[in-house]
Every structure is written in C-alpha cells, then in structure tokens.
Write a protein that binds this ligand. Structure first.
Ligand SMILES: [Zn+2]
Length: 60
C-alpha cells in the first residue's frame, strides 16, 4: 500500500536535477540505484531509518 503525503523529492548529488525521483523515507528501506537522465551519473540512494543518503557510484 502506498501512502501519499510523506514523499520527498530526491535530488541528484551531481547536477542540478532536483527531482531524480520521489520516495517516502518512512516506508522505504534499502538501496535504490538510478541513472540520472540529466548528467548520466549512476546514483545510489540509500534509505535507512527515515534518512536518505545519495552518492554517485559510477560514471560512463
Ligand atoms: Zn544528475
């Protein structure tokens, strides 16, 4: 079940893309890897205890 209202916009740490994707840190746990469509960087977004951490893990 997806609960609306707590979603945050996860920004890319490498470029000005302020909305890589939306996620709810209160219901998401683990690591999501996503490729930024703007800078082409691969970003690892880790959710842990309602904290969000982003880091670039690879470049092409
Ligand atoms: Zn980017």
């Amino acid at each position: 079940m997806v609960r609306k209202g707590n979603e945050v916009h996860v920004a890319c740490p490498c470029c000005k893309n302020r909305r890589l994707f939306d996620a709810d840190p209160s219901t998401t746990e683990g690591i999501i890897k996503i490729k930024c469509p703007m800078c082409k960087g691969v970003i690892a977004v880790s959710f842990h205890l309602k904290q969000i951490r982003t880091e670039q893990i690879a470049t092409q």
